[in-house]
Design a protein around this ligand. Structure first.
Ligand code: GLN
Ligand code: ZN
Length: 760
């Protein structure tokens, strides 16, 4: 007889070898018939369920699987299809489903945005005037499937009504209650059909509770869950939260549901303190998220047992469910496949499957006493200690530097105003200088050559010659186009983080460590497992070569510390900020070496600075302070004459404009074309006094922009911004574009700059 139960909140969709991705893409390109496609997807779904069953998980989630995204799944379950897709009611077809996600010739896709503070992106539901109706009961369907085909009595997972509406667009904030109320009867129907089917437990995800929410929103929660409980009194609902602590602990735990799911990993101990302080209602179960669902490190089972002993002081074992802190969607499938990793590192890793094992072990340990899992506890401690004691985590130089951070100047020598004058003298650029963001087209050919080189079919020397030839070609093109500040084109890089990770100490790369980013797109984040340090120059050879071909300044091109941090799996034995500072110090060396080698403009990209923004209001400031500090640590040791650039690819500046100013970069380039003028607005309120380039055309489309469009964009910006500070550049890097369209677009851009200069 077990009392403590084990559970999971969601399992990766992509499969051990990304078979999910491959199946999807084959279907999209017409290589798979719909029938076969659905058949293969079912196999992937069922094999994941089977695996969880074999692991011994008591509550196996069903309905978490998706053919694209679970938020979109929820929207189509309610028949919420934007008008432009010409939907006429009834169950939404598979074709329409993918059209909403990916767009068609005639209709643009729905917007996609980040799922809380993760790198997963969901499709934003468009509510507009549409009236939701229940066109299919997806959780029921998946519950039945698991029961019939695998004899699994699953736990249906449903995205809760309040989170769903809050993540949608097309309604006004003050209508939240009215809009949510439209959904309540539909949720009640879903639940009551599940109840009829004999479902015992349902997981309703309301992660919005882990953000900063208002009293009024809490009262909506009270009202909605009361209604649901009255309508469907005999089903057990676990109200699930994750990614942070909940602010309104007493109110949330008093909601009329049968279980509360809390994250005890990412809560800064807040959930635990609240639990101890306020207790936990006797009539509910606590679903305790104790294994990190967001990171890939093996858990120290001893520590987890002691966390659990604190929890069981408040909640008795028979009312306790053990589970990961969130869905395992955010981690790769299994460490098993990683055959080439160093043993010390591999032993200290835990992906989805290993995390479920940890859950099962802890359940056993809590149930039968710590002794029953003593062997596993020791093994986990040993593995973690081995990594902690390894040379990679004990780089004395790095640790000394971090101890003495204050000795590294993190301010430029003078103010940006003074620098501006000095740099004007140095560079003698025309008004409205033109430049690009860094990369030029990574053609098939570039990728083919790199692959050959990686396979050993091309010697280092031949590969380098090839890269040099590409750089030369593009320096000539830039010369021809008449751009003012050049770039080398980034032909030697696959990915802006991976490239640096491969050259810095402290990083490792897995073979199969993929996670879903959006749709079929997966990313393989590097592991920052050791102390990060500079080993040898990373960009100097290419930049210096490109600079040797021209008298125009060529920008050195680096990825910033916060972007590297946010796009990696980061060691958790020291703070993230400390890791950011280690990366910053390593980049600082690169910046210095570039400068020593005559590179006078250096761009440090931070496209992901906003992505790490914490969910809670009160934590945002310290995050931004740390981000600004790391950026400055990397960039401020240069002379006044050296111009620091940065680039960000988004325009949602509202809450971070002060931080962006504080980076103290001499020039910033940012995406604008998708901001519909909002960005210019932001600058009307803040007078930005450093160099700034608002992207004048959108690089996400192959379309060559018209001269009038660009002139209009420039004029609009110049109404607000000082022409002496204004730069002209595309929105982002050009690596995904073709060569001809790139040249044609840049030609128009240079012409627009020229004409505007003449008019000023
Ligand atoms: N320098 C990078 C490039 O041009 C910047 C990419 C980015 O902003 N994501 O590709
Ligand atoms: Zn960009």
């Amino acid at each position: 007889m077990t009392m403590v139960k084990s559970s999971n909140l969601g399992y990766p969709r992509i499969g051990e070898n990304r078979e999910w991705k491959k199946t999807l893409e084959q279907f999209w390109t017409g290589k798979l018939e719909k029938e076969t496609f659905l058949q293969q997807m079912e196999e992937i779904r069922l094999s994941s369920l089977q695996k969880q069953k074999e692991q011994g998980i008591d509550f196996i989630p069903v309905g978490d699987f998706s053919l694209y995204d679970h938020v979109l799944d929820t929207a189509i379950m309610f028949g919420l299809v934007p008008k432009r897709f010409e939907y006429t009611g009834g169950k939404v077809s598979l074709e329409t489903y993918f059209d909403i996600a990916r767009g068609t010739k005639g209709a643009v896709a729905s917007e996609m945005t980040k799922w809380f503070n993760t790198n997963y992106h969901y499709i934003v539901p468009e509510l507009d005037e549409a009236v939701p109706t229940l066109v299919e009961n997806r959780p029921l369907q998946f519950y039945k499937e698991a029961k019939q085909k695998l004899d699994i009595l699953g736990k249906p997972v449903i995205l809760g009504p309040i989170t769903f509406v809050k993540l949608s667009k097309g309604y006004k904030d003050n209508d939240l209650k009215t809009v949510v109320d439209q959904f309540v009867p539909l949720y009640a129907t879903i639940l009551s059909e599940l109840q009829t089917e004999g479902v015992e437990w349902v997981q309703i995800d309301e992660p919005i509770l882990a953000t900063t929410i208002s009293e009024e929103e809490i009262s909506i929660f009270q009202d909605v869950y009361k209604q649901l409980n009255e309508a469907v009194p005999h089903i057990n609902v676990i109200l699930q939260t994750y990614f942070e602590s909940i602010d309104h602990y007493e109110e949330v735990t008093s909601l009329p549901v049968q279980g509360i799911g809390l994250d005890f990993v990412h809560d800064n101990n807040q959930n635990l303190s609240a639990l101890k302080k306020f207790g936990f209602p006797q009539d509910k179960v606590l679903a305790a998220g104790i294994i990190d669902g967001r990171n890939i490190w093996r858990a120290n089972l001893e520590d987890k047992i002691s966390l659990l002993s604190e929890i069981v002081d408040v909640v008795t074992k028979e009312r306790l469910i053990l589970q990961p802190s969130s869905s395992l969607l955010h981690v790769p499938v299994t460490v098993k496949s990683e055959e080439t990793l160093e043993e010390v590192l591999k032993e200290a890793l835990s992906f989805a499957d290993e995390k479920l094992q940890e859950i099962v072990l802890l359940t056993k340990g809590l149930q039968g006493g710590k002794e029953t899992i003593q062997k596993e506890i020791s093994a986990s401690k040993k593995a973690i200690q081995a990594l902690n004691h390894s040379a990679s985590r004990n780089n004395t130089q790095v640790q000394e530097d971090i101890q003495n951070l204050r000795t590294f100047r993190a301010e430029r020598e003078t103010t940006s105003e003074v620098r501006l004058q000095i740099q004007d003298e140095t560079f003698q650029l025309p008004l409205l200088p033109t430049t690009t963001i860094g990369s030029f087209p990574q053609t098939q050919e570039v990728r083919k050559q790199r692959l050959k080189w990686r396979k050993g079919e091309l010697t280092d020397a031949d590969y380098q010659e090839y890269i040099k030839a590409e750089m030369k070609k593009w320096i000539d093109i830039q010369e021809e186009l008449g751009l003012d500040v050049f770039v080398h084109g980034e032909f030697e890089r696959t990915d802006m983080v991976e490239y640096f990770g491969e050259k810095l100490a402290g990083f490792q790369f897995t073979k199969f460590g993929w996670v879903q980013s959006y749709g079929s797109r997966c990313v393989k984040p590097p592991l920052i497992y050791g102390d990060v340090s500079f080993q040898e120059p990373m960009t100097v050879k290419e930049t210096v070569y490109a600079q040797s071909l021209t008298t125009k300044p060529v920008k050195g091109m680096l990825t910033g510390p916060i972007t590297i941090l946010n796009w990696s799996f980061v060691r958790d034995d020291i703070s993230r900020y400390e890791v950011a500072n280690q990366i910053a110090l390593a980049l600082r060396k690169e910046v210095e070496v570039l400068e020593e080698n005559g590179i006078r403009m250096i761009q440090v990209d931070e496209p992901a600075i906003r992505e790490g923004l914490p969910l809670k209001q009160e934590k945002k400031e310290s995050y931004l302070d740390a981000a600004v500090y790391a950026f400055k640590l990397a960039t401020t040791s240069v002379q006044n004459e050296t111009q620091i650039h940065t680039h960000m690819c988004y325009s949602d500046f509202k809450n971070i404009i002060d931080a962006i100013t504080a980076l103290d970069a001499d020039v910033i380039s940012i995406e604008t074309s998708r901001s519909h003028g909002e960005l210019i607005h932001a600058f009307e309120e803040h007078t930005y006094d450093k160099g700034i380039g608002l992207g004048v055309y959108d690089i996400h489309s192959p379309r060559v922009p018209k001269l009038e469009e660009l002139t209009r964009n420039i004029d609009r910006a110049l109404q607000v911004l000082n022409p002496k500070l204004f730069w002209i550049n595309p929105d982002c890097g050009l690596k995904t574009r073709g060569m001809d369209e790139t040249i044609a677009s840049l030609k128009v851009m240079v012409e627009a700059a020229k004409q505007t200069r003449e008019r000023l």
